[in-house]
Design a protein around this ligand. Structure first.
Ligand code: MTE
Ligand code: CO
Length: 419
């Protein structure tokens, strides 16, 4: 960190204190002795945990609230259900596997590397079966990508409903994957010229079969076995899942067991709404695979209210686009009347989560805060109202509308919509 921002931040901390605007802790420290400073604390007088206390560590107990949560009324059974990433409590861009949302159609299965097989068949010169060890002998690549369920935000189509961005936008995670490119495996099998689509299936009871155009399969699709530096977790498809950058989560087949090459899309068993969005006139938008640009302020938000009173305030959030890189995120604190570009913090990667920050001084009055993402195609994230005008209310998928949070003067935050 350079000297400059520190100095200027101190300057406005001092400025607000002088103006009598809160900052109670530092003001009190000047008068009353703080035992945390003046007394020897217990943790400074005993041994801490030995090195082997937790061979595989968990977050410290003070962070135990930062967990995936589900919404009980949403689905009948938790085996065919979804839970949500606590995005309101995370920072940076990488989602730890342990709190990354899960979506299973028939529960998470335990499939060992020894029992793992991947078949490639259909319109190929050489149908092949790979063991896990076979896959480990192909050249590896690394790629960071967001995985967003097409239903993310689906409960909000009709109006503001759930209290917290964990529930309204938390069907998303972003991991650094290591694996082999699907095109290398397909080249090994030799795709016949008639092959135009692949059909991918998982080893779980639902199989989650999905069709993907060959063009995408040969582009950036990865057969992944590591996430964030370690083996995939069971719930994310151990030992092998498909990574389909920028495309909706349901195509990211977990426990990947078969890739068939065909001349057209194979529609799978429990067909109807797959890849389609129902429009107001009863027609459907088909093959809406790519996730359009979206963003959300993660803090402050209903589960992350402002506790420190007026003065310096860090607004932060996430932005992403299935079409490439995020180029700008605008933040409004006055309900969309005026917008200021936020800082895109850290590396901006294509088809991956981008972190933004907006530093401001809060005067303690209510605010309507919102963020608006722009991607490298020039696409601008729409308002929820604009989306509804085009797509109506029959649909639950692909809600990438702008989220509005109402920050009250007491610092509590509510999910609202403004006309
Ligand atoms: N793959 C299999 N085999 N079975 C499934 O139920 N769910 C899909 C997809 N892949 C699913 C699957 C859906 S709808 C989504 S959104 C993503 O996995 C979620 O991936 P995650 O559980 O790692 O978050
Ligand atoms: Co999904």
């Amino acid at each position: 960190m350079t000297d400059e921002p520190v100095t200027s931040r101190r300057a406005f901390l001092a400025g607000t204190a002088a103006a009598g605007a809160g900052l109670a802790a530092s003001a009190a420290a000047a008068q009353t002795p703080d035992p945390l400073i003046t007394e020897v604390q217990e943790w400074a007088s005993v041994f801490g945990d030995p090195v082997d206390a937790t061979p595989y560590g968990l977050p410290i107990e003070f962070e135990s609230h930062v967990v995936r949560r589900n919404v009980e009324w949403l689905t009948e059974s938790t085996a065919s259900s979804i839970n949500f990433t606590p995005i309101h409590a995370l920072e940076g861009t990488i989602t730890p596997q342990g709190c990354a949302f899960e979506r299973h159609h028939s529960g998470a299965i335990s499939l060992s590397k020894q029992d793992y097989r991947l078949m490639i068949n259909g319109l190929v010169e050489r149908p092949l079966v790979f063991t896990f060890d076979d896959l480990m002998r192909f050249p590896r690549q690394i790629s960071t990508a967001f995985c967003e369920c097409a239903a993310n935000g689906g409960m909000e189509w009709g109006g503001a409903q759930l209290e917290g961005c964990q529930f309204t936008q938390g069907m998303i995670h972003n991991m650094e994957y290591t694996g082999v490119m699907l095109r290398d495996l397909l080249a090994e099998a030799g795709v016949k010229p008639e092959g135009k689509w692949i059909y991918v299936e998982g080893a779980d009871a639902s199989s989650n079969g999905r069709s993907i155009p060959l063009e995408k399969a040969l582009d950036d699709v990865m057969v992944a076995f590591f996430a964030n530096g370690e083996a995939l977790r069971k719930e994310h498809g151990y030992p092998v899942r498909l990574v389909v950058p920028g495309w909706e989560g349901n195509m990211w087949v977990k426990w990947l067991r078969r890739i068939g090459v065909y001349h057209q899309a194979v529609e799978s068993r429990e067909e109807t709404s797959k890849y389609t969005d129902l429009m107001p006139d009863g027609r459907a938008r088909k093959w809406t695979w790519v996730m359009d640009a979206k963003s959300v302020i993660t803090s402050p938000s209903p589960q992350a209210p402002i506790r420190h009173g007026k003065g310096p305030l860090v607004i932060t959030g996430l932005a992403w686009s299935g079409h490439g890189k995020i180029t700008r995120v605008d933040v409004s604190v006055d309900g969309g009347n005026t917008w200021t570009p936020a800082r895109l913090t850290g590396d901006v990667k294509s088809k991956a989560l981008t972190r933004f920050h907006h530093d401001m001084v809060w005067d303690g009055s209510e605010m309507f805060i919102m963020s608006r993402a722009v991607d490298e195609t020039g696409y601008v994230q729409p308002t929820k109202q604009a989306l509804r005008e085009i797509r109506g209310l029959n649909n639950v998928y692909h809600n990438n509308g702008i989220q509005v949070w109402w920050v009250r003067a007491d610092g509590e935050v509510e999910n609202v919509e403004i006309a």
